[in-house]
Design a protein around this ligand. Structure first.
Ligand code: ITT
Length: 199
């Protein structure tokens, strides 16, 4: 019942462990640090689902265990859905959350409030060493604000206010974010599939 969590993003690891624990999936989650021989997976897919499957399949094949992966990002209406699958490396440096967020803020600085719509998207993939696979998606609509607020979460959370909220996702409690987030939705949908396949 061991499953490898195929991500190196610390913010995701925290959230995924929390979400899967809350969904009572009967598995032991193993981190990638147990497989130092597995390098970075090139994210060559064109969609969140393709990239999540690429990561899950690669890690399942190399570890010999089932693997789950998350591919996610922020899609901004005024930028035609960008940064999207490029969210982690929008500024040019992979994983530089602050630089990515600041570049995005500069790019929407002229966009009026009524056109600040955006959504977070997450594809949650599960793959087995046999090549079998499942993938599900979740999303959260909201708006991009002018200046960062809050210290929770990671990535673009300080500039994203979900629909129906006044606080950014960085100002929500962990439980509040999980309840509505793209990641919470995707992995809660994957949970019964995992539970069934590990029963
Ligand atoms: P792994 O491939 O190792 O999982 P990564 O950071 O490269 O890590 P992605 O390609 O899926 O993963 O990029 C996700 C990026 O999208 C992340 O770096 C953030 O910038 C953004 N993002 C995703 N979910 C987010 C969330 O809940 N809050 C804020 N930003 C988020």
């Amino acid at each position: 019942r061991r499953v490898v969590l195929a991500t190196r993003n610390a913010g995701k690891i925290t959230e995924l462990r929390r979400i899967l624990a809350g969904a009572s999936v009967p598995v032991e989650i193993v981190g990638l640090e147990e497989f130092p021989e597995i390098g970075d997976v090139a994210e060559t897919g064109l969609t969140f689902a393709e990239n999540a499957l690429l990561k899950a399949h690669t890690v399942a094949r190399l570890s010999g265990l089932p693997a789950i992966a998350d591919d996610s990002g922020l899609c901004v209406d005024a930028l035609n859905g960008m940064p999207g699958i490029f969210s982690a490396r929008w500024s040019g440096t992979h994983g530089d959350d602050k630089a990515n967020l600041n570049l995005l803020l500069a790019q929407v600085s002229d966009v009026p409030r009524e056109h600040r719509g955006a959504h977070f998207a997450c594809a949650a993939a599960l793959a087995w060493p046999s090549g079998e696979e499942r993938v599900v998606e979740g999303a959260l609509r909201g708006v991009i604000i002018d200046a960062p607020r809050g210290t929770g979460g990671f990535g673009y959370d300080p500039i994203f206010v979900p629909e129906g909220e006044t606080r950014t996702t960085a100002e929500l409690s962990p439980d509040e974010k999980d309840a509505i987030s793209h990641r919470g939705r995707a992995f809660r949908a994957l949970a019964p599939i995992m539970a069934e396949s590990f029963a």
